[in-house]
Ligand binder design. Structure first.
Ligand SMILES: [Zn+2]
Ligand SMILES: [Zn+2]
Ligand SMILES: [Zn+2]
Length: 257
């Protein structure tokens, strides 16, 4: 399987509107970050999207994705769901309803924000979304088994996901012991790390490195990065072996043995 990091930025993206810092003004494209999301491409051709933020349309176009049937949602914050209206493109082109997976709490927010897609009187041209409630038990997409990983994002219970030797945990500042047990023997871990200073609902860099070492995946790649992290190249040069900063468009091959 291959994973594309289609966005690696925090909720405001990078550059931040109106900001003149060196990161936001950088001409290196590694410092341009759309809102955090990923596309998993299974070897059998199945595409699975994780999160569907405001840059969803742009990310799908940039990565030339032609088919999508499944979207996994980590949580209900707008930077992870705001692009849901644009699943219409796949409704039309693939002639399928979009299967969306999240906890009951997340799907309730989807129904609230995109109420016109769920109204009894059909709203012409509304996205066609099928909501699938998940809990911490594994579930199946075609022949792919997805293991939800419950973690904490401040006071919000949110989900990470594991598929084979790959795990993806974005907005997070605490991983319970029971979830750490689900993260053994990983080839690749994508982990949300906001910036250098402490934060109430995200790991900062030092914590992220500690957690990455504790989990011990062959490769750990940080995502959900703020402009306050610093320049991509400078921060990357300081990271321990096996730990990297993600960037938009990064393609990660996951070894299954
Ligand atoms: Zn977020
Ligand atoms: Zn800035
Ligand atoms: Zn969040």
């Amino acid at each position: 399987m291959e994973v594309i990091l289609s966005g690696t930025g925090t909720s405001q993206g990078v550059p931040v509107i109106g900001c003149d810092c060196t990161v936001c003004k950088s001409t290196d494209t590694h410092n341009v970050r759309l809102r955090t999301a990923a596309i998993i491409q299974m070897s059998n051709g199945l595409n699975i999207q994780i999160d569907c933020g405001p840059d969803f349309r742009q990310q799908i176009l940039a990565n030339d994705i032609h088919s999508l049937e499944h979207i996994l949602l980590t949580h209900e914050h707008m930077d992870h769901i705001a692009g849901m209206d644009d699943v219409r493109a796949f409704n039309f082109s693939n002639r399928v309803d979009m299967n969306v997976y999240g906890t009951g709490q997340v799907l309730a927010r989807i129904r609230h924000h995109f109420d016109y897609a769920f109204s009894r009187v059909p709203y012409p041209g509304a996205p066609r979304i099928v909501t699938n409630v998940i809990d911490s038990n594994p579930f199946q997409l075609n022949d792919v088994i997805v293991q939800p990983i419950p973690v904490w994002h401040g006071k919000w219970p949110v989900m990470g996901f594991r598929i084979g030797n790959f795990a993806y945990i974005t907005d997070v500042n605490a991983i319970p012991a029971s979830s750490l047990e689900l993260l053994t023997e990983l080839d690749v871990l994508v982990l949300g790390v906001l910036h250098q200073k402490q934060h109430h609902s995200h790991y900062h860099l030092e914590e992220g490195i500690k957690v990455a070492k504790l989990i011990g995946a062959n490769r750990t790649i940080f995502t959900h990065i703020s402009h306050q992290m610093g320049l991509h190249d400078e921060v990357s040069a300081e990271l321990p072996t096996g730990i990297e900063l993600g960037y938009d468009g990064m393609r990660i091959h996951v070894h299954q043995e």
